[in-house]
Structure formats: structure tokens, C-alpha cells
Unconditional design. Structure first.
Length: 304
């Protein structure tokens, strides 16, 4: 239930205890960051609420009346408890400000976030980030549930309960092993759509972006996957071993394309550019370290 007004004003009660300790309203006021008139006004208001004088002013200073001593004895443990509460809340706030929970899809977690976090650390060296990765659907669920302060996804679809901002542009590419028939005879888009590929699991941003791009281009949906794998690294190994082709992020396959262990196959009439997005709960803009990370990402990958 609500506290009655004569005990709700802990500042005035704390001021009364300071008067008892310091022997002067003026000194007690200065200890609390207020002028003597302001301190006197607070004590008078407290006396009116209690219904009796609490201080006795004399030539040698100000002392508590007998009733004032009694009130002070009751108030001291209450004020100490309030101070303990204030300290605990301040500690909790400091710990919360120093932490940053991030959820990110695999492409962002592996190929973009390390650079972002290095820059964030140089700006905010006391921040302790924690990162969990998963497919875009899992990331969205974590952000929606409050398990992450900010998330990063690859999927074109953002749940209605989340707000988003594009932080980078990525391109998906079709890759095969050297010696694959498509390296000698480039396929048509229809051939590719009709060929089973090695893919990520349902809910993956890469898979969703590829399927959405095919549908937008009027090419329909691809046939059932040749193999579903939940790791980009495992997909690259499978493709390199000659199992089949795969559509992956250009960020993920850049090293393999550079040395020739994977070969890029153009898809006629189709450019698979996608937006990588930061997400957060609607109505609650990123703040503190999360806002700092969002700023870093936007600065490193400015959008037109």
C-alpha cells in the first residue's frame, strides 16, 4: 500500500539525521547539496507532517528534541536500507550498461561482427559483449523475447513486432567445385531452379533470400534440396567435394573464390543482392552500447 506522507519523504528524514550528526541545519544542508533556507523549509515541513517540533535551536547549535531523537532512532535503519537499495540499483545499472547481448545470423556473426566489435571496443573499452549466433528466425525470436539487446539478420522478412535498419548490402552467389559441368557449360536460370542444391536449413536468411529473389523474378521455387546443412562451413566443404552447387553469401566464399577451390556460376537475369538488417523491438529504440554498435555498423557500411 502507499506510504503515508510523513514517512515517504526519505530525503527530509535523511536531512534530520544529518542535523543530529553535524549539529547545524546549514552544515547538514550543504552535505545534501541544498541551501540553509531550503534545508530549514524541508525540516519545517517534516515537523508539520509529524505534528511536533523535532529540532531545538540554540546558541550552541541545533539539537534534536526528545521526540526528534525518537524519530531519528526509528528512521536510521530505514535510511540505511534505502541507501543500500540505491547502491544495489546503481550497481545493477552499471553492470547492465557494461553488457551488450547480441544475436546475429551466421554470415553477420562470422564475417562482419568481428570488425564492428573491434571498433566498438575502441570507442567503449569497458563494454563486455556476448554473442549468440543462429539462423535469422532464431535471432528474431531472441530479440523479440528480450534475450538480446540487438540482432542482425539476413532474411528479407522481419517480424511485425520488430523494427529494423539496413546496415550492409550483401550479394548471394552460386558456387560449384572446379570441374563441375556448369563451369564449362553455363546453365540457364531455369536449369538452376530445377537442380537440387546444397542449402541451409529452413529459416536461414540465405535460403529465404534466395527463394524470395526467385519468386520476385517469376522463376518459381527451387526443387527440394539435395542436402540441408546448418553450417556455412559444412556447405562449402560439401560443394568443394563435388556433391553439388550452393547459393551462399559472397562474404562467406570470398577466400575460396580467390584461390579457386570454388567457382562462381552466374545466374542469367538474376542478381541476388540482399540487405543485412539490424533489428530491435518496436517502440524501444536501441540505447547505450546497442546504439553504439548500430552506429559503428552504419559507419563501416554506409548505405546510399
Amino acid at each position: 500500500m502507499p506510504l503515508p506522507p510523513h514517512v515517504a519523504d526519505l530525503t527530509s528524514i535523511d536531512l534530520l539525521l544529518s542535523v543530529a550528526e553535524l549539529g547545524s541545519i546549514g552544515r547538514a544542508g550543504r552535505a545534501h547539496g541544498m541551501s540553509q533556507p531550503a534545508a530549514s523549509a524541508r525540516i519545517r515541513a517534516l515537523e508539520r507532517r509529524v505534528g511536533a517540533p523535532l529540532l531545538q535551536r540554540g546558541a550552541r547549535g541545533t539539537v534534536l528534541t526528545e521526540l526528534g531523537e525518537l524519530v531519528a532512532s526509528w528512521a536510521a535503519p530505514v535510511v540505511r536500507s534505502a541507501q543500500d537499495l540505491a547502491t544495489a540499483i546503481a550497481t545493477l545499472h552499471a553492470e547492465r550498461i557494461g553488457q551488450l547481448k547480441i544475436a546475429a545470423s551466421q554470415t553477420v556473426a562470422e564475417y562482419l561482427l568481428p570488425r564492428w566489435l573491434v571498433t566498438l571496443h575502441s570507442n567503449l573499452p569497458d563494454i563486455v559483449p556476448s554473442l549468440s549466433s543462429g539462423n535469422s528466425s532464431v535471432v528474431a525470436e531472441k530479440v523479440s523475447a528480450g534475450a538480446a539487446d540487438i540482432g542482425f539478420i539476413e532474411s528479407p522478412n522481419v517480424p511485425a513486432a520488430l523494427q529494423h535498419r539496413t546496415v550492409a548490402i550483401d550479394e548471394l552467389v552460386l558456387v560449384v567445385a572446379p570441374g563441375h559441368s556448369w563451369t564449362a557449360t553455363p546453365p540457364s536460370a531455369a536449369d538452376i531452379v530445377a537442380t537440387a542444391l546444397v542449402t541451409r536449413e529452413p529459416g536461414s536468411g540465405t535460403r529465404s533470400a534466395y527463394e524470395s529473389a526467385l519468386a520476385a523474378a517469376g522463376l518459381g521455387q527451387p526443387v527440394s534440396p539435395l542436402l540441408e546443412v546448418s553450417s556455412t562451413t559444412a556447405i562449402k566443404s560439401a560443394v568443394g567435394a563435388g556433391i553439388g552447387g550452393a547459393v551462399l553469401s559472397s562474404l562467406a566464399v570470398a577466400p575460396e573464390l580467390a584461390v579457386g577451390t570454388l567457382i562462381r556460376v552466374p545466374i542469367p537475369g538474376l542478381t541476388l543482392r540482399r540487405e543485412l538488417k539490424a533489428i530491435w523491438p518496436s517502440g524501444r529504440a536501441p540505447s547505450g552500447p546497442a546504439a553504439g554498435l548500430l552506429t559503428v555498423a552504419a559507419q563501416i557500411h554506409p548505405q546510399p
